[in-house]
Structures are given as structure tokens and as C-alpha cells.
Write a protein of this length. Structure first.
Length: 153
């Protein structure tokens, strides 16, 4: 099975070597030459609606699959623990459906309503946390008073 070597970098180099996945955490992206050998550069940005990367200390896994539908080669593969797992080519219909799903996911994730809802959820969690902190603080005060034998009468 074909593999790639991962290399963490601050900046993407001008020249990419075959078989190397360059990862810039500062710029939330990875780039490599297409694994089919066509020489095209494949860019995979990291975001909640694009790709994610997992590093286990030894190897990297990139998800979801990489479908190079705009390249002549139309290669399709996963990178799992530095191993290339080739997948079947998608039909034009499957590609169109996949692109629509991606577009909807982005629209939903970045919509104003979703952002407002997320802010409201965050505020609610902060309020709950503050309430729990107050309860904890009062409980700890009463516990200390009990332990010290001091009681208010």
C-alpha cells in the first residue's frame, strides 16, 4: 500500500515533494501532490465544514476522503495513518450531490441563525456555570464552617 510522509511546517514550501503531506497548523491547511502521480497540488483546508486532521504522535489521518473531481485524473482516496486508501471514481451525479451537501453544510454552519443560537447556548452555559460556581462556593463555605466547629446562632 502506498504511503505519504507527513511534515509539519509553518509555511507551505514553494516546491512540493512527491509523497509528502505538508501540514500548516498556523494556516489550518494541508497540501500534497496528487497521489496518482499527475503532479497537481491538492489543498485541504481544515475547518468544521472541510477537512480535519488527526495526529496520533506517529502518523496522520485526514478526513473526509479527497476527491480530485476537477483534475483530469479524478483520483479519489483517503489518507489514514499515512497510508493511501484508493477509492472508486464517483459518477458526475454523485459529485453534484456531494457538492450540494457540502454547500448546504457550509450554509447551515455559517448562517446568522446558527451563530445566534450558538451564542445563546454559550450564554446559557455560562449562566449555568456561574450558578453552579455560586452553589459550590456557598457549599464550601458551609463545609468549612462545619469543620471548624463555628456555627452562627
Amino acid at each position: 500500500m502506498k504511503t505519504v510522509q507527513h511534515k509539519f511546517v509553518e509555511f507551505i514550501p514553494d516546491h512540493l515533494n512527491e509523497g509528502v503531506l505538508y501540514i500548516s497548523l498556523n494556516y489550518c491547511t494541508a497540501i500534497h501532490k496528487c497521489v496518482c502521480g499527475c503532479g497537481n497540488e491538492v489543498v485541504t483546508p481544515f475547518s468544521p465544514t472541510d477537512w480535519s486532521i488527526t495526529f496520533n504522535g506517529k502518523s496522520v489521518t485526514l478526513r473526509p476522503s479527497i476527491g480530485n473531481w476537477n483534475f483530469e485524473c479524478r483520483s479519489h482516496y483517503f489518507i489514514t495513518q499515512n497510508k493511501i486508501e484508493r477509492c472508486r471514481d464517483w459518477t458526475n451525479t454523485e459529485i453534484a450531490v456531494g457538492r450540494n451537501v457540502d454547500k448546504e453544510n457550509k450554509a447551515n454552519f455559517y448562517s446568522e441563525d446558527k451563530l445566534e443560537t450558538d451564542v445563546d447556548k454559550f450564554k446559557s452555559k455560562v449562566d449555568q456555570s456561574e450558578g453552579a460556581l455560586k452553589r459550590w462556593s456557598l457549599k464550601s463555605i458551609f463545609t468549612k464552617l462545619k469543620l471548624s466547629g463555628t456555627r452562627r446562632q
